[in-house]
Design a protein around this ligand. Structure first.
Ligand code: SF4
Length: 461
């Protein structure tokens, strides 16, 4: 969500005199888009802001703006703690940013705008290709709703992003069409709980919205995140079978395997219901990849509760998980819960859990060795020879991309199999998987696909 918001900020400022610069040492305007979901992210904001004080002293005309969830949560406390900051703008104020910056430029004042609104303000669809990007995008996020009404007891989102509000489907479809026109092939529809999209406003349901996006010509893949297990409907489960562009991957946060803890978290489902949903997903779409989020050390989590989480991991065999140590967040009810778990215990549980999951991630990846996977190339991988070398020694170029199930695949373009100029960012390459590591796969490209559409692919192993 924050990545998407940062992109919106970039688009909003595109018509202004400010242009993106990778060095904050020489920038005239620095915008920090913050995240409050965990304590560590918030600490990083203040330590970064502290580093900027010296630059501001040397260049007093520099404008420093702080936006996002920490800005929403802390408001004027940020200006008190960091007086060199010029602007604090909340999660709903993004679209007023050009106006706020202009005001600071003319009046040289400090501003705070943390007002929340019921309506989602929209940025008129900006054709991506009109942006001055040196590296055009292949994949993109598209937010479809804002806020959340679920009030899980550990979470700040309802307080810093406000109540759940959905965007109009027409506007979402238009945005996706604009992205496709600029070369984007894969979109990820974003929301704190996409499954409840449109319910409050009586708009299209989420599966209906997916159906509309699925019809957009030129789009290759659709993903979405995040889903709340309690709202995962049968219609949405069927969409994995019926919609050709919808990827066979779902991120379904479980958070804990113990009913007692799920209740204290206010997750509104049980372990049994979660497992039932997983069964339905797998019965409907055999090869669906399932990933999840898990919090360890929630207040009151006993060793037995933790064991139940491990047991659930074993039962589901997730393709991957994101696991976190619980941390108190201001405003979230769990911050006031008793029976807090010690830092050391949380650390130990996290390590045990990550080691435990590693076995299943590797197992899932190993099962793909020998298979052919369609990989949407996202670019050159980090482990690569110099880009300049790449043009002359194409056999050493290592590309990276993702399968439909969201697995990272790295492959070397070996000469003789595919002519050197056939692989590039945005191409769909059929890769024979040869090796599985715990977090990625590697293989040999066997064919560059002509058609981007599922169901029309050809395999040439
Ligand atoms: S569903 Fe729960 S965890 Fe997710 S954003 Fe809403 S309150 Fe936070």
């Amino acid at each position: 969500m924050n990545v998407y918001d940062s992109e919106q900020i970039e688009k909003l400022l595109a018509p202004s005199r400010y242009k993106i610069n990778s060095s904050f040492e020489v920038a005239d305007l620095i915008i920090i888009n913050t995240c409050a979901i965990r304590e560590k992210a918030e600490q990083k904001v203040f330590s970064f802001l502290g580093r900027l004080a010296d630059i501001k002293r040397r260049r007093p005309n520099l404008i420093i703006g702080v936006g996002g969830c920490v800005a929403q949560q802390e408001g004027k406390k940020i200006l008190k703690r960091m007086p060199h900051v010029d602007l604090v703008f909340g999660t709903h104020a993004i679209y007023r940013l050009p106006y706020l910056i202009e005001k600071i430029e003319t009046e040289r004042c400090s501003l705070i705008d943390v007002e929340m609104s019921e309506v989602i303000e929209e940025l008129e669809s900006v054709i991506e290709s009109s942006l001055d990007r040196t590296d055009p995008k292949v994949t993109s996020f598209v937010t479809i709703m804002r806020g959340c009404d679920n009030f899980c007891t550990y979470c700040v989102v309802p307080y810093v992003r406000g109540r759940e509000t959905s965007r109009f489907p027409e506007s979402i479809v238009n945005e996706v069409k604009c992205l496709v026109k600029s070369g984007v092939q894969e979109v990820t529809l974003l929301g704190q709980n996409v499954n409840s999209y449109g319910k409050k406003e009586n708009l299209n349901s989420f599966p209906q919205l997916l159906g509309r996006v699925n019809e957009i010509d030129g789009l290759f893949r659709i993903r979405f995140t995040t889903s709340h297990p309690k709202d995962l409907s049968d219609d949405l489960i069927s969409a994995f079978k019926n919609m050709d562009k919808l990827c066979n991957h779902i991120h379904l946060p479980v958070q804990s395997g113990a009913n007692r803890i799920l209740k204290r978290m206010n997750r509104k489902y049980t372990r049994e219901l979660y497992l039932e949903k997983i069964d339905k997903l797998r019965n409907n779409c055999l090869d669906i990849a399932v990933t999840s989020d898990i919090i360890v050390g929630f207040p009151g989590e006993t060793r037995a509760d933790f064991e139940e989480t491990l047991d659930l991991i074993k039962e589901v065999e997730f393709d991957g998980i994101f696991a976190f140590k619980y941390s108190d967040r201001p405003n979230a009810p769990a911050a006031r819960f008793t029976n807090k778990i010690t830092e050391q215990e949380k650390k130990d549980r996290l390590q045990i859990l990550l080691n435990f999951q590693e076995y299943f991630t590797t197992k899932k990846n190993r099962a793909l060795v020998g298979s052919n996977e369609l990989v949407l190339v996202e670019g050159l991988s980090k482990k690569r020879v110099d880009k300049d070398d790449a043009q002359s020694k194409c056999q050493y170029v290592q590309w990276t991309g993702r399968t439909e199930a969201n697995k990272v695949v790295n492959f070397i373009q070996s000469e003789g199999v595919i002519p050197g100029d056939r692989i590039s960012k945005g191409k769909i390459v059929n890769v024979k998987i040869e090796k599985a590591c715990s977090h990625s796969l590697s293989g040999k490209p066997v064919q560059v696909e002509i058609s981007a559409l599922k169901g029309e692919q050809s395999y040439a192993a």
